[in-house]
Design a protein around this ligand. Sequence first.
Ligand code: PHE
Length: 339
Amino acid sequence: MSLDQFLHELDELAHSAAAAFDAAADADALEQARVAFLGARSGKLKAVQKGLGRIEAGDRPAAGKRFNEAKSSIEAAFESAHQRLAAAARPKSRDEQFDPTLPGHARRLGRLHPITQTIVELVDIMGRLGFTVAYGPEIEDEWHNFQALNIPPDHPARDPLENLYLRDADDGKGGALLLRSQTSTVQIRVMEQTPPPVRVISLGRVYRPDTADATHFPMFHQMEGLWVDRGVTMAHLKSVLRLFVTSYLGKDVHIRFRPSFFPFTEPSVEVDMSWNDGWIELGGAGMVDPHVLTSVGYDPEEVSGFAFGLGVERLCMRRHGITDIREFYRNDARFLRQF
Ligand code: PHE
């Protein structure tokens, strides 16, 4: 064999070996390629080496030198392929793993409770009708929860079974305390502190020892409204409530009054709103009883007024089609996230 031919074969071998090592996708493929080219028995390099013997003696040293170079380059190609696969198999560092093109983890934002959102909206609507917000405590005395509201001591509304008393009247510590059963307490607190005219709403929690079911919960929210001025009439009451309800629920929602009784209003009505071809109670209302005006130092000959107390949960439930009041207070994020 001529030297040229031998060198040509060597070059071909070096090229195809490097290409095979580069193409190996995993350790098994690389090992197969290694055996094929560098294998001690039947590797292709071995076969070419055998050709050395058939080279003319004078050319042999040059051929041998070139053979050793080719062998080194094939071994180097194997080594670099081996390194490449080892690097791919090694667990990546945090920096190598970080891929700035991946979408991030969105941070989930908290939000206001649906009842709080409702309260914010109701305050806004009533604000446009000229009502400002008044606050009162959730722990009340009997004067504000009952007496000043024309509910005398023997009235069944004061029954301990109907209320959540915190302190007895006769324990010598300054009178009974209870969780307020209605926001009408705030009517008294406002009128005690402000001469007429007053036009306020008060939103907050009230408490009654009711068994929880789809429409009852021992704690719920009311929006109390009070407007006292010269010449305030039942017509103002109905107009304000109709404007309020249509603003919050839509023009197609109607209200109606049914005659009723509350000790602190005369006349008194239940307020219903239309829902699914029927009516659902929204709360109570009426003209502030002259006794109440007198008890806070107003002159019933001078001023008159109306008051109402509406259920906030009811309004929110009707707006959103919620059928069970208990959902509000289960703290189930799957429910709360919808608002
Ligand atoms: N406080 C009454 C209730 O809780 C509702 C009401 C408020 C009635 C104001 C008349 C006037 O049932």
